[in-house]
Design a protein around this ligand. Structure first.
Ligand SMILES: [Zn+2]
Length: 85
């Protein structure tokens, strides 16, 4: 199945302005949830992504950790920036 990078909800998870590290939990339109690890200096940069285990991975169907979302980091970053602006 295809990966959906379209974000429908963004929740702040952890903000550390001193270190410039930000964590957000995003929900995509297919209900998958991902924790995004970002920096802001001054532009947002997506450093890492972890899928939360609420649903099996939309790509490989595994219900434990996989790296599928990491291949879509540029799309997730672009979508996150779009939603935050
Ligand atoms: Zn996967």
């Amino acid at each position: 199945m295809a990966f959906s990078s379209e974000i429908k909800h963004i929740q702040t998870s952890d903000v550390n302005e001193k270190s410039g590290l930000y964590q957000y939990v995003v929900t995509t339109v297919d209900q998958s949830k991902y924790r995004l690890f970002l920096t802001k200096d001054p532009d947002w940069k997506l450093k890492d992504v972890n899928r939360l285990l609420n649903f099996p991975c939309p790509v490989c169907r595994k219900d434990y950790y996989c790296k599928c979302a990491n291949k879509h980091m540029p799309e997730l970053e672009a979508e996150f920036i779009k939603q935050m602006s």
